[in-house]
Design a protein around this ligand. Structure first.
Ligand code: SF4
Length: 358
């Protein structure tokens, strides 16, 4: 589906968190499941995405992460101990196992082995860029957290390293929220690994968020409780329609290769139902394309999920206005009744205004 010779775009935790945030969108599910590069697809459709990190932000983020993990992760492990496990033994020995292997499956197996060996050996262990697998809509998604730390008691902690600053001990809540949703995906994937061990190690639901301190390049950290995000993400991922079931509904030969003509791509994309909402603008590369289609079709989804939910079966703005005017709609439908009441109040207010200011 992504086209012959087009390499698969791996799903990362950011993409999975966004997918889980809109479980009703079959379009995103099939594109992600097929490993389609949505940034390239959006450009080929003529609606390039404004989504993603700049090269400058990526370079700065990589430099900060390298600094945090320098000297065998000594500073990182000190931060984990200070914020999450102050009673644990001091960091006089910490192991950093080699996790290199061929392909994502090989790296996932190597990570699982390293986690098991770390539990048996005891002490502090830092897994730098481990690889984890999480089944999503019937297919495995491979995920690469910044780090996972094994504590001397055998428990596991996810570490997220971000380049946004922590000012006076607190950071931008929207960015912390996004980091927590990402970390929750890693926690779920780690729980899959833990469940295969006997006894199953504890996966901590407090993750460590490491950021630059104030405006410096020095690392500081905070523990973030991701229990809520973990529960929401697990529930949403379980609701995703199986990718095979979506693929079965598509016309034979449907292809999303970015090299195809724009009309052909638009047809292929339109063949999969979407669930556009304004929230897509900050979460999905196809947002401009889907917004344009949603506006062209006059859909109420463009007004946001809350408004959509209030309007019941009224799917277009034209239907809503017609129902409010009394031209269509069942008067016993609570949404139609509320619209007519609102229209009457508006007409009354305008009449009063006309009388006061003729
Ligand atoms: S932008 Fe389109 S494809 Fe992406 S999640 Fe929203 S509706 Fe689905």
């Amino acid at each position: 589906m992504r086209g012959p010779d087009v390499p698969a775009k791996a799903l990362d935790a950011r993409a999975l968190a966004a997918l889980a945030a809109n479980p009703g969108c079959r379009r995103r599910a099939i594109l992600d499941g097929a490993g389609v590069d949505k940034t390239a697809l959006a450009s080929a459709l003529g609606s390039p995405s404004a989504f993603g990190q700049s090269q400058f932000a990526l370079t700065r983020g990589n430099a900060f992460e390298a600094r945090v993990k320098a000297d065998g992760g000594a500073e990182l492990l000190r931060l984990v101990r200070r914020h999450l496990d102050p009673g644990a033994e001091p960091l006089d020995r910490a192991a950093v196992p080699d996790l290199s292997a061929t392909g994502p499956e090989g790296r996932t197996a190597r990570t699982a082995l390293a986690l098991r060996e770390a539990g048996e050996a005891g002490g502090w262990v830092l897994l730098d860029h481990p690889m984890l697998a999480l089944p999503v809509a019937g297919s495995p998604a491979f995920l690469e957290p910044d780090a996972v730390v094994v504590h001397p008691d055998g428990s596991w902690t996810v570490v997220e390293i971000k380049s946004f600053p922590m000012l006076d001990g607190s950071a931008d809540p929207a960015k912390v929220g996004a980091a927590a949703r990402q970390a929750a995906v890693y926690v779920l994937a780690l729980e899959e690994v833990a469940a295969r061990l006997d006894p199953a190690p504890r996966v901590r639901h407090d993750v460590l968020l490491v950021c630059p301190k104030d405006f410096s390049n020095l690392p500081t950290a905070a523990a973030v409780d991701v229990r809520k995000q973990r529960a929401v993400t697990a529930r949403q991922l379980a609701r995703l329609t199986r990718i095979q079931d979506i693929a079965d509904t598509l016309p034979e030969g449907t292809c999303f290769a970015p090299g195809l003509p724009a009309e052909q791509l638009a047809e292929a994309v339109e063949a999969v139902p979407a669930a556009y909402a304004p929230e897509c603008l900050s979460a999905c590369e196809l947002a401009f394309h889907c917004r344009q289609r949603s506006r062209a079709a006059d859909e109420v989804t463009q007004l946001g999920r809350a408004v959509r939910a209030e309007l019941g079966g009224l799917a277009t703005v034209a239907d809503v206005l017609s129902a409010a005017r009394g031209d269509s709609g069942d008067p016993d439908d609570p949404a139609v009744a509320a619209l007519r009441r609102a229209a009457a109040l508006r007409a009354e207010a305008l009449a009063v205004q006309g009388a006061v200011c003729p």
